[in-house]
Design a protein around this ligand. Structure first.
Ligand code: ADP
Length: 647
């Protein structure tokens, strides 16, 4: 059989183009990527062998060996892991199988066109340039591989330009494998990569990037040893999470985080949580809270989860059962003593042990975040702004953790512009006798803070929280309240603000105040105005009434007690294609000069001005609400007429 010539997929070709042409500040990463692949191959073999020990027989000491031939300018990265057959080679080293890669490549291309080389590196870092990094230092690369359980050895080779060839390996190449199965990568080092042919340089890269790998990495081959020399691995080669905390440096933790997330030089964890649970359930866990949002945090096809080990044997890298979706940004590993080693991936689903570990992890992570808030508020707030919206999904999804989540929730509010507040602090500032926590939901605090519906709250010193995230509209429907304080939307129902602001006034006094207010309304024909407005607007509106919410705006819209809140309905319309439409209540500010004037003419409006003004006011209230006007043409005509009259 002669060698097959195959082309790289478009993604690979583009990636290789970037790898070859971008001026990387750090080419050392190629070795880190290849070692990481070899370690994964050993992990996978160990896992497969749990069900079929023939696969590992004959050579159970899994290891990585890095050899070199300085004269021939070759570096060999060898492992006795799972190996690849013909199909694997085509699928793994000719295409990029990972989902979302297309999108990333588009982003990389755009950044490249804008001349941003660092951007390339950051973006690629997020999904790992992987095997293709070898072309940064190599003229050409050969891969010799034999899959565990197979007799055939294959040779893949490429110069990293358009394509690659695959052929059966000859004897000389076969001999480069270090075990009965596994992979040897041969790099034909470029002229400007000579420093990688020096032992010290290789050692330094291993210690910097790969020390945490729990497979031993040897430099050179056993045969090359001098008399009395010991063949010892360069790395520590023990699982980082099993070592005592006191022996692990921050750099080592960070290197492990980068290894898990493929984010070298891009992100650092804001918190590292390393603990051993003992008692009814025994497991060790090493978790990281990242400081940067992964690019696909909201991609529904994104798989999140923790790496699961059972008694230090790798089982899977995406154990979703260990992590609630609303903690999907957490990275790390769990090593469990209480699961059988031969657990299959199917058995992981609905597994009680995993569910218990998940609860423990959730409590621990939330506690850690709470501590971060207490110890380093700046770091916490930066973290919250990245991940808060995701964590709040838990208020909806996991009622059993709601109280712990409430502790760490932060919102902007009317208390202090641009400052986040906790619910606890909100409650501490509540007016004497104020029972409810008031909020307004919508898009951004910057816009919400000018909403007419909160004017009356601001003027009476009653704090209102800004719910900026889509999820807020949902959890707030389910949450009974924070402690015994219910959440109340300021855009809904009839809120008696005077009773909230003056809790010490007797009911009787308040009633008298109200009656006085109503008398004033009667004096200025407000009642007539309201009747006229109701008949003008007819079906368009559920009701018209005076408001204690408004101080400087003439009108606003609110939802009736039993109707969907304003923001919620708008969102359902956009996101769920919801067709329903509740009748809104138009509230008017009886003290506003415009309303006073309209009330004056309400009784004897002969030229229909009141009708036009009423329609304009309703449209204005809709616009403030971010809704569209129902009839833009007559809105514009009415408006021009009024401007003309006034100019
Ligand atoms: P990644 O490792 O991030 O998936 P790579 O481009 O580095 O991406 O590798 C692609 C795939 O090739 C790996 O997922 C793995 O299946 C396979 N592979 C690479 N190196 C080896 C190896 N030494 N042994 C076995 N399989 C390997």
């Amino acid at each position: 059989m002669s060698a097959e010539n195959l082309n790289f997929s478009a993604d690979v070709a583009r990636l290789l183009d970037i790898v070859a042409n971008a001026l990387y500040s750090n080419r050392d990463v190629f070795l880190r990527e290849l070692i990481s692949n070899s370690a994964d191959a050993c992990d996978r073999l160990r896992y497969e062998a749990l069900g079929n020990d023939k696969l590992i027989k004959g050579d159970a000491d899994l290891r990585i060996e890095i050899r070199k031939d300085s004269k021939e300018r070759k570096i060999y990265i060898c492992d006795n892991g799972i190996g690849m057959d013909h199909e694997d080679l085509v699928n793994n080293l000719g295409t990029i199988a990972r989902s979302g890669t297309g999108q990333i490549m588009e982003a990389v291309k755009a950044q490249k066109e804008s001349g941003n080389d660092k951007g390339d590196l950051n973006l690629i870092g997020q999904f790992g340039v992987g095997f293709y990094a070898s072309f940064m230092v190599s003229e050409s690369v050969e891969v010799v591989s034999r899959k565990a359980g197979s007799k055939d050895t294959w040779l893949w080779s490429s110069d990293g330009r358009t394509g690659y060839t695959i052929d059966k390996a000859d004897k000389a190449h076969e001999d480069l494998l270090i075990g009965p199965r596994g992979t040897t990568i041969i790099l034909n080092v470029k002229n400007d990569g000579s420093d990688y042919l020096i032992n010290e340089k290789i050692k330094q890269i291993i210690l910097t990037y790969s020390d945490h790998i729990d497979i031993p990495i040897y430099l050179g081959s056993k045969d090359e040893l001098e008399e009395g020399e010991e063949w010892a691995p360069v790395n520590t080669a023990s699982a980082l999470w099993m070592r005592p905390k006191s022996e692990i440096t921050a750099e080592q933790y960070n290197a492990f985080f980068s290894h898990l997330t493929h984010s070298y030089g891009v992100d650092e964890p804001v918190s590292t949580i390393h603990w051993r649970a003992e008692g009814t359930l025994e497991f060790t866990s090493l978790l990281f809270l990242p400081s940067m949002r992964p690019w696909d945090l909201y991609d529904p096809s994104r798989k999140a989860g923790l790496h699961l080990y059972v008694k230090r044997v790798f089982i899977t890298d995406k154990c979703e059962e260990l992590l609630y979706p609303w903690l999907r940004f957490v990275q790390g590993i769990v090593d469990c003593q209480d699961l059988p080693l031969n657990i299959s991936r199917e058995m992981l689903q609905h597994n009680l042990v995993l569910q218990k570990i998940r609860s423990a992890i959730t409590r621990r992570v939330l506690k850690e975040i709470d501590q971060l808030a207490r110890n380093d508020n700046t770091a916490f707030e930066a973290f919250w702004l990245q991940f808060g919206a995701v964590i709040k999904e838990g208020l909806y999804d996991a009622a059993q953790h709601r109280d712990e989540i409430f502790k760490i929730c932060r919102f902007y509010s009317t208390h202090e512009d641009g400052k986040l507040t906790s619910l606890e602090d909100y409650v501490a500032r509540m007016k004497d006798g104020q029972k409810s926590i008031f909020y307004i939901a919508g898009e951004k605090a910057k816009v919400l803070k000018n909403s007419p519906q909160i004017e009356g709250f601001k003027s009476r010193g009653i704090e209102v929280l800004f719910f900026e995230d889509t999820i807020d509209e949902f959890w707030v429907q389910n949450a009974m309240g924070f402690g015994d304080h219910p959440f109340v939307s300021v855009t809904k129902g009839n809120i008696d603000l005077d009773a909230v602001a003056n809790p010490n006034k007797e009911d009787e006094e308040l009633k008298n105040d109200k009656e006085k207010e109503e008398d004033k309304g009667a004096d200025t024909n407000v009642i007539t105005l309201i009747d006229r407005m109701k008949s003008i607007l007819g079906d368009e509106i559920g009701d018209v009434r005076t408001s204690s919410r408004l101080t400087s705006s003439p009108v606003c819209l609110v939802a009736g007690d039993k109707e969907a809140d304003l923001g919620l309905e708008k969102m359902l319309r956009i996101q769920q294609n919801y067709q329903g439409e509740s009748k809104r209540i138009l509230e008017i500010n009886a003290k506003h000069p415009l309303i006073v004037r309209m009330a004056e003419i309400a009784a004897n409006d002969s030229n229909g001005k009141l009708e036009k003004a009423t329609h304009l006011l309703l449209d204005q209230a809709r616009i403030i609400q971010g809704e569209t006007v129902k009839d833009p043409t007559s809105f514009a005509l009415n408006m021009s007429e009024f401007i003309q009259g006034g100019i």
